[in-house]
Design a protein around this ligand. Structure first.
Ligand SMILES: Nc1ncnc2c1ncn2[C@@H]1O[C@H](COP(=O)(O)OP(=O)(O)OP(=O)(O)O)[C@@H](O)[C@H]1O
Ligand SMILES: [Mg+2]
Length: 348
């Protein structure tokens, strides 16, 4: 039932003009059976186009799509055993919750009573009990999204596709729903391709993250790989609020960043490099050791402070979890680096 998806050098050009631009410029990747792969990237980079090609709603201009070892490149959506949950989850407004969920089963010829029973089960699976008779208009946005999720799950597709499924929810519901999707995916062993442009969502739910930029894959890897070892300026900037500083790599492999010397995790050639530093990687030294800085901005965010320091390296944004020793504006301190959250990236 369950199977993986493989893209082999897929390109996609919309329209009939052969000199038109490519929306997808040659991507190869695999969504392994029973895993959740996230496609992450800025608006317009080709995420939805990739999902629609998995679903069979668009056909590639060149390349091959393999599912379960079979070439499905030219097959339509009905022949692929894939279901997609769109960003605008579009429930049928005149049908109640359970009717919305059982609709797909009824269309595929399942008897009404059985369809109804399976729909109730699917609704339980997404934690929505006691709402079966309500109309979509009588539900909150998060409840509607659960109905849409149950509707996608009930067909037990071999591959389940999500296009920004949580984008209309508030922060707390978004966190709850993403945990639910992940739990369900793991419990049922579903194969899922999940599109988002929210990097924390991607880090939280994925087995594999594929970062796309302008129709190409910029990098792919586990959440930890992507966060700790970004290979380019683009990925470092996209996977967190890393700031980039110009540095110099020495012949012994160490890297000089102003008065600081760091030992990168990967080998770097001598010469000019860029060092990506996440705001939580900076350590504040009250004795002034490190890059000297003066506090010019401070915001309290409940569980941490956001500080901005003026330094010789320019202005540096720092996240500090220390809620007891709060720095006053104008404080003179030194900034040193932790060994996590710092990476040397190629100079673009
Ligand atoms: N039906 C279409 N006809 C022509 N061009 C299209 C069509 N759909 C998308 N495009 C173009 O293809 C490129 C990729 O679009 P796509 O919808 O895949 O981006 P996306 O990564 O999903 O963006 P977003 O995060 O904004 O949803 C864009 O330049 C877009 O304008
Ligand atoms: Mg899109």
């Amino acid at each position: 039932m369950n199977h993986g998806v493989e893209f082999r050098n897929i390109t996609k050009r919309y329209g009939t003009d052969p000199s038109g631009p490519l929306a997808v410029k040659g991507v190869s990747f695999e969504v392994k059976k029973g895993t959740l792969t996230t496609i992450l990237g800025p608006s317009g980079c080709g995420k939805t186009t990739v999902l629609r090609m998995i679903a069979g709603l668009e056909s590639p201009t060149s390349g091959q799509i393999i599912m379960d070892g079979k070439n499905v490149t030219t097959l339509g959506p009905a022949d692929r055993n894939v279901s997609m949950m769109f960003q605008s989850y579009a429930l049928f407004p005149h049908m109640n919750v359970v009717e919305n969920v059982m609709y797909g089963l009824k269309m595929s010829g399942v008897a009404k009573d059985e369809a109804r029973a399976r729909a109730s089960d699917a609704l339980k699976n997404v934690g929505l009990v006691g709402y079966n008779e309500r109309l979509p208009s009588e539900l909150s946005g998060g409840q509607q999204q659960r109905v849409a999720l149950a509707r996608a799950l009930i067909l037990e597709p071999a591959v389940l596709l999500f296009d920004e499924p949580l984008s209309n929810l508030d922060a707390r519901l978004r966190r709850e729903m993403r945990e639910e999707i992940r739990t369900l995916q793991q419990r049922l062993g579903l194969t899922v391709a999940y599109v988002t442009h929210d990097q924390s969502e991607a880090l939280a739910v994925s087995d594999l993250i594929i970062v796309m930029n302008d129709g190409l894959i910029a990098q792919s890897g586990s959440p930890q790989d992507m966060y700790e070892r970004p290979e380019s300026e683009f990925v470092a900037g996209f996977m967190g609020e890393a700031m980039l500083f110009p540095g110099t790599a020495n012949t012994d492999g160490s890297v000089r960043l102003g008065p600081l010397e760091i030992t990168p995790k990967q080998r770097v050639n001598a010469g000019a490099v860029k060092v990506a530093v996440r705001p939580e990687a900076w350590q504040i030294n009250r004795d002034g050791a490190g890059v000297s800085g003066k506090l010019v901005k401070s915001s309290y965010l409940g569980s941490f402070f956001e500080y901005t320091f003026e330094t010789v390296l320019g202005s540096i944004f720092v996240v500090s979890p220390d809620l007891t020793n709060v720095l006053p504006l104008g404080a003179q301190i030194g900034l040193a680096l932790a060994d996590h959250g710092v990476s040397v990236v190629r100079v673009a």
